[in-house]
Design a protein around this ligand. Structure first.
Ligand code: ATP
Ligand code: MG
Length: 305
């Protein structure tokens, strides 16, 4: 069946990205809560139809590690994309001051399994692996979203924000600067996976913008500088795993099958990890931080008057 706007009751905003806004919605006929992403594109109807058709393959992307796709439609020049609502949000907002190793291992295993499924079963390269595209729910499930299925959609997105927080592999950064688009392989996603793991472990992006004079210097550091590592208190096994992802040369990075067999993930498989418990505590920590920020803001306003 096809979803349309009349069936949806719009609720609160869940977040904003570079290309649009994500809202919580209720699909009234089925009473299913969904997340609806609005992407504004200045395109003619034929191109919008092509995008909707290309998105259709998402109906086959059904796996425990992939956010479920419910359907897409367009109104005027906006594409609306409806997917499973993940009630704990994205990992960038849950990472706090850093995710502990045992939880990071479980998250990483879900990510690798999801990426392997996309590649093996659907011949899809994700192309946008980063903590904001890894979603979590209170049941403790970890799922990927926002992978590149539509060539037309990708071409139509206005690239406003290159850099700042780039998860692009060195070969992609070099390729883009030479206007060479053929450099993307599945191992570019493996780099982004490794970088995302370090961000989650640190609780911040590993190439902090404030340490570079500009975006060019920051991108140069990714291409030519030392590769980042996990914090000191992480095990040697976990550090070895990340180093298998962050080789500058794409051919030297591990495959998904190799990553799943690596002791870091093989050991995780045998463990009993309380993911719902971790999600609950991460959400509570975030709430507390937001409250503190609000109070500080209020106090500074009172101080000024
Ligand atoms: P970018 O624009 O670079 O892709 P982004 O991933 O943060 O960045 P969006 O994909 O537009 O941007 O998502 C905005 C925010 O909405 C995300 O950071 C996430 O917190 C939230 N979000 C997205 N999809 C869902 C979902 N299915 N369930 C719950 N929250 C979601
Ligand atoms: Mg996203």
């Amino acid at each position: 069946f096809a979803i349309n706007m009349d069936q949806l009751q719009l609720d609160e905003e869940l977040g904003k990205g570079n290309y649009g806004t994500v809202k919580k919605v209720l699909h009234k006929p089925t009473k299913v809560a969904m997340a609806m992403k609005e992407i504004r594109l200045e395109l003619d109807e034929a191109k919008l139809n092509a995008i909707i058709m290309e998105l259709d393959i998402l109906h086959r992307a059904v796996a425990p590690e992939i956010v479920e796709f419910y359907g897409a439609f367009f109104i005027e020049s906006c594409v609306y994309y409806c997917m499973e609502y993940m009630d704990a949000g994205s990992l960038d907002k849950l990472q706090g001051d850093g995710i502990p190793e045992h939880v990071l291992a479980r998250i990483t295993r879900s990510m690798v399994r999801g990426l392997k499924f996309l590649k093996d079963d659907l011949q899809i390269i994700h192309r946008d692996v980063k903590p904001t595209n890894v979603l979590v729910n209170r049941r403790g499930e970890v799922k990927l979203c926002d992978f590149g299925v539509s060539g037309q959609l990708e071409k139509s997105l206005a690239k406003t924000n290159i850099g700042c927080q780039s998860y692009m592999a060195p070969e992609r950064i070099r390729g883009e600067s030479q206007n060479n688009v053929g450099t993307y392989t599945v191992s570019s996603d493996v780099w982004s996976l490794g970088l995302s793991m370090i961000e989650m472990a640190l609780g911040r992006y590993p190439y902090p913008p404030e340490t570079y004079a500009n975006v060019f210097a920051q991108l140069t550091a990714i291409v030519d500088g030392d590769t980042p590592e996990l914090p000191d208190d992480f095990s040697d096994i976990s550090k070895d795993f990340v180093s298998r992802c962050l080789h500058k040369m794409p051919e030297r990075r591990a495959s998904y099958a190799e990553l799943l067999q690596h002791p870091f993930l093989a050991q995780d498989k045998e463990k009993d990890i309380d993911m719902p418990g971790w999600v609950a505590s991460a959400l509570a920590y975030r709430e507390q931080k937001l409250r503190e920020q609000q109070q500080q803001h209020l106090a500074s306003q009172l101080g000024m008057s």
